[in-house]
Design a protein around this ligand. Structure first.
Ligand SMILES: Nc1ncnc2c1ncn2[C@@H]1O[C@H](COP(=O)(O)OP(=O)(O)OP(=O)(O)O)[C@@H](O)[C@H]1O
Ligand SMILES: [Mg+2]
Length: 438
């Protein structure tokens, strides 16, 4: 409250004695303060609630409720509780003065009144009230500033954590990518070598078989040594089996080739710009990388993978990052179904097998890929946090809580898409990714 505010303060005088009221008003009216009067406690409280004076001068002895009770009630009402109250009391009555202070009064003045004293005390208390109001305001401002700063700092921290996360993951994926690409490359040479020679081997074998058959025609009665060997090695079977063996070797090399292509697809380093990418190829190559986790083991049969692939055009994206998302989601699904196996026997799992359904389709302007598992599902509490940085329910060493937070960043920030989750405890989980086609 600045000087003018102090000057225009409102003061409520409460006294049942009209002479006292007059003397007091006369004493302070020259100071420019607005003066309200009340002659009993009840009216005083009503006035105080309505007019919200800056200060109350309150007589102790009044008919009806006395000054002390009036004070108590004023302190109980929220809107009047902080109005300073000065008691007016007889000079000699020390007990009353103490009682007044105990009830929350800020001061007292004694009757008969000294004009200068009344004005001085009123001024002091108006000033005090104004200062404490300023202080409260400053305090609030300060608190607002502090909380603003804190939230700014929190945002910065979150950004830092995210970029650190991106760096670490990027580094990890780049290393994995290089490794995989290196392995694929090293496999390609020997496989090419085998595949190339298989063709010649087949020709040679066919020639040899032809030759043997010709011998048998021309010399139907071979010498005993040869006849024994023919029987020992079961020549007839060998001649039938060899071409089949070659055929299966050819099939084998073909598969190794596919694996190698998939590995290369998986590790495709990301270019500066988005490139058209066959998402199904991405899913297949990811499944290949995770194959060791899907196949049967001594505790359970293989996890069933059901592909419900629709017609998807190539989608412009960063293939390495999208594969990373597939990898995170499918790995989570595997973890979730495996957790339901705990405490179930092999036979029980076999009757109700672990299953992951990979569904793709075009919906509106988006390619939609959903990954559905019949795993343990999630409570609402977990579901609300799955995309949080570092949130995990897995034991230390198994989960870091980064997978989904990174995946969301890749889908929403890098590709302008969406990633959604639907789940219930014991009901399994579906994660759906939407990637804009354009
Ligand atoms: N398919 C799912 N079924 C059930 N719970 C899941 C599934 N996917 C994720 N969750 C829950 O969300 C949490 C966070 O997943 P997220 O992939 O971010 O981290 P994580 O798998 O624990 O660790 P990592 O960083 O190794 O991926 C998991 O710990 C798990 O509780
Ligand atoms: Mg994970």
């Amino acid at each position: 409250m600045i000087a003018t505010e102090l000057d225009s303060a409102t003061i409520l005088i409460v006294d049942d004695n009209p002479t006292n009221l007059k003397v007091l008003s006369d004493a302070i009216v020259d100071s420019g303060w607005v003066i309200l009067v009340a002659t009993d406690g009840e009216t005083a409280i009503e006035q105080a609630e309505y007019a919200k004076p800056d200060l109350i001068l309150l007589d102790v002895m009044m008919p009806g409720i006395d000054g002390f009770e009036t004070c108590r009630r004023l302190k109980d009402i929220e809107t009047t509780s902080d109005i300073p109250i000065i008691f007016m009391t007889a000079l000699s009555n020390t007990e009353d003065k103490i009682k007044g202070f105990n009830l929350g009064a800020v001061d007292y003045i004694t009757k008969p009144f000294q004009q200068e004293e009344v004005i001085a005390r009123v001024q002091v208390h108006l000033k005090l009230r104004s200062l404490s109001r300023q202080l409260a305001q400053q305090n609030q401002l300060l608190e607002e500033k502090v909380s603003e700063r804190t939230s700014a700092l929190q945002t910065t921290l979150k950004e830092l954590q995210e970029s650190q996360l991106q760096l670490v993951q990027g580094e990890k994926m780049a290393t994995l990518g290089q490794l995989v690409a290196g392995v694929a490359h090293e496999i390609n040479n020997p496989v090419g070598f085998i595949a190339g020679n298989l063709h010649h081997a087949e020709e040679d074998i066919n020639n040899l078989i032809e030759l043997v058959e010709l011998y048998q025609q021309e010399y139907p009665e071979p010498p005993e040594k040869i006849a024994d060997l023919i029987e020992d090695i079961d020549l007839e079977f060998v001649c039938e089996d060899l071409p089949q063996m070659i055929q299966s070797m050819r099939e084998g090399t073909k598969r190794i080739r596919n694996i190698s292509v998939s590995l290369t697809t998986f590790s495709r380093s990301d270019h500066a710009a988005k490139v058209p990418f066959d998402l199904h190829e991405g899913i297949d190559s990811t499944l290949l990388i995770l194959k060791h986790r899907l196949k049967a083991n001594e505790r359970r049969p293989a996890i069933e993978i059901i592909k419900e692939f629709g017609q998807l055009p190539e989608v412009k994206c960063f293939p390495g990052q999208i594969n990373q998302v597939f990898m995170n989601l499918i790995a989570n699904a595997i973890d979730a179904v495996e957790e339901t196996n705990e405490g179930r026997s092999y036979d029980e799992v076999e009757k109700n097998p672990n299953r992951i359904i990979l569904h793709t389709e075009v919906k509106g302007e988006n390619a939609v890929i959903s990954i559905k598992d019949n795993g343990k599902g999630m409570t609402d509490e977990v579901k609300d946090k799955v995309f949080d940085h570092l949130f995990t329910t897995k034991p230390v060493g198994k989960g870091t809580g980064l997978g989904l937070s990174i995946s969301r960043q890749i889908i929403t920030e890098k590709h302008g898409g969406k990633i959604l989750c639907e789940t219930a405890p014991g009901e399994g989980t579906v994660f759906a990714i939407e990637i804009p086609l354009e």
